[in-house]
Design a protein around this ligand. Structure first.
Ligand code: ZN
Length: 79
């Protein structure tokens, strides 16, 4: 007789899969609950709550990030 605990029966594939899928679902729900994504009031794009909209650069109706400057910054090539 072994001194450590030994399972009586082999765990079926379906049982393992069922257990894992339940766990996965739980984790995904937890993550989804943590990241609060809302629609932007100005452009309707998906943005994180309490964050500046990455599409229009507005926060609470105010223009916070100048989009024209942002585009210039991206297109500038350092030689
Ligand atoms: Zn927006």
């Amino acid at each position: 007789m072994p001194k450590h605990p030994v399972p009586k029966k082999k765990t079926a594939k379906s049982t393992t899969k069922r257990r894992y899928s339940a766990f996965e679902k739980k984790v995904q729900k937890k993550l989804a609950d943590r990241i609060h994504v809302v629609k932007c009031a100005d452009c309707g794009a998906a943005k994180m709550v309490h964050h500046v909209c990455p599409e229009c650069g507005k926060y609470k109706g105010r223009q916070v990030v100048d989009q024209a400057k942002k585009i210039d910054k991206i297109t500038t090539v350092k030689a």
